[in-house]
Design a protein around this ligand. Sequence first.
Ligand code: UD1
Length: 350
Amino acid sequence: MRILGRGRIKTVLVTGGAGYIGSHICVELLDAGLEVLVIDNLSNSSQEALNRVEKITGKTVLFYQINLQDKARVKTVFETHTIDAVIHLAGLKSVGDSCRLPLEYYQNNISSTLVLLEMLEQFSVRNIVFSSSATVYGDPATVPVTEQFPLRATNPYGRTKLMIEEILRDVANASHIKVVLLRYFNPIGAHESGLIGEAPNGTPNNLLPYISQVAMGQRDKVLIFGGDYPTIDGTGVRDYIHVVDLAKGHTKALQEIVGNGSKGESCQVYNLGTGHGHSVIEVIKAFEQACGHKIIYEIVDRRSGDVAECYANPALANEKLNWRAEKELSEMVMDAWHWQTQNPKGYKID
Ligand code: UD1
């Protein structure tokens, strides 16, 4: 792989690497021949995910269970290893919780990023890829959404993403640190091995884990939030992207910032989506095909803060990163179902 061949990047730190998206990123990095360090406080993730990453790749992940706000302990990681790039995912991510506990969200997500950036400066780490979200577009006026669309978050969680984007832009302008902001659309699915996947604590907030649990008989029915949107069938439309495709976008982003040397822009922004929208009912129908039986649903009131339609224009990432989402919805739900049946309780063993 180019980033390795050139010898520019050897070791990557993944914050939040034990989580759903982070664990899939670790697999891609290890498969690319990179050394991977993970800092994760396991507040919404499991170390078992990293054991599984090692099983999939046959390689080792160096894991530190540290709260990213704990500067002294984070510093020891930077002192112990020569880190060439950071992929920053660690953060709280529930929209509902963020409305109830805004201070906790600002404190956790912002201050941990500040600690991390201070370490980057102190230890001359020049590359950072940030896990941002399509949530920064708020309610987009039209679809598909390009990176130039106006930014407007509608809840504290989304605002932390926006604020961190702005902090990173300032740091990129003022230093030699190169930044890539990746705006994820709706990652779903799981690794094809069925060994790693999404394992939410408690009642899932997002659609796919909820459908999976209904399909398993763990919950009675899917509640569809709104059937009167101006969409193909009245239900919300989103750009669902296979988590493995999303993870591959990160290795491409690293290749881009490192490969471009000083010629590249100091802060680049990319949408990571497929460019296609699917309604809630389309996703449920696709899942029925994968699991082989009916999934009961009921249409209820809209969820506050939801938008009718949101899907990406991923042309910039296609062109500049030479990256493209390849997997179809049928493969996403098949892999989600495979993971769910292999791991009915997520990573819990009892
Ligand atoms: C949600 C967050 C977004 C966050 C993203 C992370 C909200 C309002 N938005 O996006 O900020 O970045 O997750 O993954 O929470 N749906 C149902 N029933 C359910 C769950 C969802 O009908 O039980 C519908 C929603 O109305 C939406 C679609 O399914 O139309 C997708 O919902 P979800 O998976 O929660 O993702 P987003 O709302 O797009």
